[in-house]
Design a protein around this ligand. Sequence first.
Ligand code: ZN
Length: 306
Amino acid sequence: MKISPDFAARTAIAILSVLSGFAANAAPTDVDSSQQIINASKRTIAEVIRAFRPVLRPRSAVVLLDPQRILVIPTADFNAYSDYTNKRVLIPAEFMAETLLQMQGTLLVEEKPSLRNRYVAWLKYLTERSQHILQTATRGGVVTDHSPLIPFWKFANQPPQYISPHFKHVIANAMVDAAALVVGHELGHLVLGHRQYTEISSETSQRQEYEADAFAEDLVSRAGLTIVPGLAFYERFIISESSSSGGAAYGHTHPSAECRVYRMVKRNLERMTSVEHGREYVERIGENVEAQLQSLVDSLRDECAQ
Ligand SMILES: [Zn+2]
């Protein structure tokens, strides 16, 4: 399915609404995010491991939650990986850094809604930057880049963004949720015994992606976290897939990011109404965020419901 750039931009803005609503509602914690990104990322992952440990199923899979198996690696690509051979999950530091900038950018848009279209333009800039980095990396080599990563406030010609201590906490908290979704997805590939894309048909590969997303949604929710901040990744994938060269990079191994969002959010909304702690969850993310998630699902139904 070819997604038009306009539709992708609208979906990215719909996700942005969910994210900014969430950022404004999220409860502060005492996590300090002011450290260097790689150390902060490691601590974030450590929190994810703590949250997952009591609820990861099957219990035999808990061995995967060793910090030696969920690694933050100093590479510049915007994608996490499952290492099937060594049963490890690899999270590039760049991925965490860009996600952090996305959270900060989201806050600025929450303050100044007129910047929404600039935000989408900034996502395109990030996408093109990532594509350039990947193209210049040698095959099998380490992906590195030294070009500056422009934060949203600078890209949008705004004064340097001040982030209050309260919102630093909010963002640090949201980073744990975001990292949980991506770690959960990669763990899903390992726990479910998936195979590398190169060994399977594109149909099987797409099914694997949906299965890993569903696994992550379930794990994150049962761990008492939320999938909302992790939608930032999908927002990036949506923009990337709508660009001329971005879709080709993924080939047909992944379903469209829109439809992955559709299925995950739909499942998450069902959870809010059906499980015992659904009410508690809605209170945590905020009723306005629940409503925004619902309208996000509604906007994707025609494209993605089968
Ligand atoms: Zn995957």
